[in-house]
Design a protein around this ligand. Structure first.
Ligand SMILES: Nc1nc2c(c(=O)[nH]1)N[C@H]1C(S)=C(S)[C@@H](COP(=O)(O)OP(=O)(O)OC[C@H]3O[C@@H](n4cnc5c(=O)[nH]c(N)nc54)[C@H](O)[C@@H]3O)O[C@H]1N2
Ligand SMILES: Nc1nc2c(c(=O)[nH]1)N[C@H]1C(S)=C(S)[C@@H](COP(=O)(O)OP(=O)(O)OC[C@H]3O[C@@H](n4cnc5c(=O)[nH]c(N)nc54)[C@H](O)[C@@H]3O)O[C@H]1N2
Ligand SMILES: [Mo]
Length: 688
């Protein structure tokens, strides 16, 4: 007789939507993963990727036992070993490094990101382990930290509108976000607003799937968003489309910002942004006049716009707009970039920084892993990196300037451990490759950044093969290291409670699978911004004290479009709809939808180079080159090419991906990467 059950879980992936899902299990096998109809944000629907989650979990290429390297670095040749022998050897290697001196363990570096956004399989026992060890700290800045810092300096934190209220908005600016691809459950609300007569405007260099469905599309050049925001402000001032009462009561630095905005007439903006001056005027009119009429005007920002040199300033400039027109007065007005600052995560209880014995270790920025792996010991840098433990991330594919990253991972004297589901580009370089469980096989509790519900994930099935949860791997590694603190014995179900302490009703989480944070509908209707001044800080004294401009400004890209005769095209590399960063690239049914690595190019640029649509091209700059298929597409504006991400290198034509071209330079705020600040040239290539 078949036994069937359903288990409540949560999507672990790095996506604003953080869906609640229900897994159907028959005789111990997960047969189906579906959106939870009882969870309002999920509304019973999952994206194509995650509705195929069982294909990923039972993928024939899942790593099912610990593996030890047998071939040269990067060749991906391994032999199976027992857990005891793998963990014993890893502990011995790490102990030998740590034993050399009180702070020698800094030669060991954890490298992790949001392969799972679960707090338990993220930095819980792993955090405790590396703190006890005294390993280098990792600055986890590869995604959102420029925007996060900008929001913090302007609004006081990663706080904004509640996503469901976009359904009531009358004007929505979708700014640097391909919502249909990367924030599907927000798009539902935008469509509802549209049905009720709302106007939707997309601001994006690429004519994205989302831009197709908006009333207007402003295809500005990458990295020029601050100029556009200042141009809107210019028009708001000139036409007096301002909420003077809100500005007077709830903002700081208006006189200075006003003067700055007046330096940005539409003609100047048009030139910088590569658009028409009339587009700036129309946009400002839609925004300012609507708000003054009392229409709820909302901005959905995503992280696409902050991956350039001035990304932090750009987010700061945009984040000033709602206060100028008093949009925050209504719950359907204001702005949302990230809601994650509202989650009361008990990080210290999870990660236990108090376990560190020596002085605070150095911090390595994950975006410069290419250079840092190649750096010798020095008084400024400290010891060379000798051991790397990678989990929840695929740096060889996703980190910028791949040729450096690959050179670093290929170092014969680097000891690398990778915890993974699959033999990714990074896993190929492992000395030990350890099989980790997927979300269907372990406990976890989630945060979200596109809504404000906490979600619980229960294991639906037993671990596949010999896979273990990350938490368990670090627990056992701690035992092999001889760590005896009781916190290393805390189990995953208990860690789920520790993650939020008393701040979230755990009984409700256990019962329903989600718990909604208790938050006001309109967070800044009465001001009360969580900044030092309690106001929306147009001028940031904190930034000025650090020697920076206290006001937002337009900072041209490091590699500004038009600034190089040798590399005349700007390349952006936004996410592909059916992948999640580099996750799912190896799921055949999803890869079939995406086809192959692709460069979108405008007909004008292709014609100027004599390139035919569908041909193989070589994209190159001073950092490297990459070959893929080119398609002439109206999705690309003149002067900008779109290299859709993030393919596994080994699935590309010559074993490279777009990050072969991107640079390791960091943003103005938040020490973030500049993936979309990248000049290239494109020429015809042959298929090898
Ligand atoms: N399907 C899918 N969903 C995802 C992801 C994925 O890989 N696939 N990734 C997830 C992750 S890690 C994140 S961080 C989030 C958010 O990830 P984001 O990187 O914000 O992704 P998008 O929503 O695609 O928004 C990027 C959009 O910004 C545009 N853009 C590029 N440069 C500029 C610019 O200078 N100015 C402006 N205005 N726009 C620009 C791009 O063309 C693209 O359409 O999405 C998550 N969701
Ligand atoms: N060119 C370019 N590069 C980019 C971007 C871009 O837009 N353009 N986007 C950037 C952004 S926004 C981000 S967030 C980063 C994302 O970079 P990463 O955080 O590295 O994300 P993924 O590529 O999805 O890789 C996550 C890996 O974690 C593994 N994983 C998932 N769950 C678990 C688990 O429970 N245990 C273990 N051990 N492993 C697990 C998955 O199998 C997967 O291989 O990439 C960045 N890189
Ligand atoms: Mo991200």
């Amino acid at each position: 007789m078949t036994t069937t059950s359903t288990i409540l879980g949560a999507c672990p992936h790095d996506c604003p939507d953080t869906c609640s899902f229900v897994t159907t299990v028959q005789d111990g096998i997960a047969v189906k993963v579906q959106g939870n109809p009882a969870h309002p944000h999920t509304d019973g629907a999952l994206c194509t990727k995650v509705s195929r989650y069982t294909q990923r979990t039972y993928h024939p290429e899942r790593i099912l036992q610990p593996l030890k390297r047998t071939g040269p670095k990067g060749a991906g040749q391994f032999t199976p070993v027992s857990w005891e022998s793998a963990l014993g050897d890893i502990a011995a290697r790490l102990s030998a490094i740590a034993a050399r001196s009180p702070d020698a363990a800094q030669a060991i570096l954890p490298y992790s990101f949001a392969g799972t956004m679960g707090l338990v399989q993220g930095e819980s026992i792993a955090g405790r382990f590396f703190n006890k060890l005294g390993a280098s700290l990792l600055d986890r800045t590869i995604c959102s930290s420029a925007g996060a810092e900008a929001l913090t300096q302007t609004l006081g934190g990663k706080i904004g509108m509640q996503v469901q209220f976009f359904a009531e908005s009358k004007l929505i600016l979708i700014w640097g976000s391909n919502s249909i691809a990367s924030n599907l459950h927000f798009w539902r609300h935008a469509q509802e607003a549209k049905r009720h007569g709302a106007r939707l405007i997309c601001i994006d260099p690429r004519r994205s799937e989302t831009a197709d469905k908006c009333h207007a599309h402003i295809a500005l050049l990458p990295g020029t968003d601050a100029a556009l925001a200042l141009g809107i402000m210019h028009e708001l001032v000139r036409n007096d489309w301002l909420d003077h009462a809100y500005i007077a009561q709830h903002t700081l630095g208006w006189d200075a910002l006003r003067a700055r905005a007046l330096e940005w007439p539409p003609e100047r903006v048009a030139q910088v942004c590569g658009i028409a001056a009339q587009q700036v005027r129309d946009l400002a009119r839609d925004y300012g006049q609507g708000a003054l009429r009392g229409d709820a005007t909302a901005i959905r920002l995503n992280y696409g716009m902050q991956r350039v040199r001035g990304g932090g300033n750009a987010v700061r400039a945009v984040a000033c707009l709602p206060a100028l027109v008093g949009a925050w007065r209504q719950r359907a007005g204001g702005l949302l970039l990230s809601s994650s600052g509202q989650f009361p995560v008990q990080r210290a209880a999870l990660e236990r920084p108090d376990l560190r014995t020596a002085k605070a270790p150095r911090t390595i920025n994950m975006n410069t892993i290419g250079d840092d792996l190649l750096r010798p010991a020095s008084t400024t840098f400290g010891p060379a990196i000798e051991a790397l433990i990678v989990y929840n991330s695929n740096p060889v594919a996703v980190a910028p300037d791949s040729s450096k990253v690959v050179q670093g991972f290929a170092r014969e004297d680097l000891f690398t451990v990778v915890l993974e589901h699959f033999k990714t580009d990074t896993a190929d370089y492992a000395d030990y490759l350890l099989p980790a469980t997927t979300q269907l096989e372990h406990w976890d509790v989630q945060v979200a950044y596109g809504h404000t519900d906490v979600l619980l994930n229960r294991p639906a099935i037993a671990p596949v093969g010999q896979a273990k949860p990350n938490s368990q791997i670090f627990r056992e590694l701690a035992r092999h290291m001889g760590y005896t603190e009781p916190c290393f014995a805390e189990d995953d179900a208990s860690l789920c409670r520790t993650a939020y302490g008393d701040a979230v009703d755990f009984q409700q989480l256990l019962g329903k699978g989600f718990a909604t944070l208790n938050l006001p509908d309109a967070p800044f209707a009465e001001g009360r911004f969580p900044t030092p001044s309690g106001k929306c800080e147009f001028f940031s004294a904190r930034l000025a004290a650090q020697g920076m401009d206290g006001l937002p400004d337009h900072l041209p890209n490091f590699e500004a479009p038009g600034s190089s005769a040798q590399f005349p095209l700007a390349m952006i590399s936004p996410p592909a709809r059916n992948f999640l960063n580099s996750t799912f690239v190896n799921v055949q049914s999803l890869r079939d939808i995406e086809g192959e690595p692709l460069l979108e190019m405008n007909a004008l640029d292709a014609d100027a180079r004599g390139l035919a649509s569908g041909s193989v091209v070589r994209i190159f700059n001073q950092r490297g080159d990459y070959r893929c298929r080119m398609e002439i597409s109206a999705r690309a504006r003149p002067g900008v090419v779109n290299g859709m991400g993030i393919w596994w290198r080994k699935l590309g034509l010559d074993g490279h991906n777009v990050n072969q071209l991107t640079s390791q330079r960091l943003t103005d705020l938040g020490r973030a990467p500049t993936f979309y600040d990248c000049l290239v040239e494109v020429e015809a290539a042959s298929v090898a």
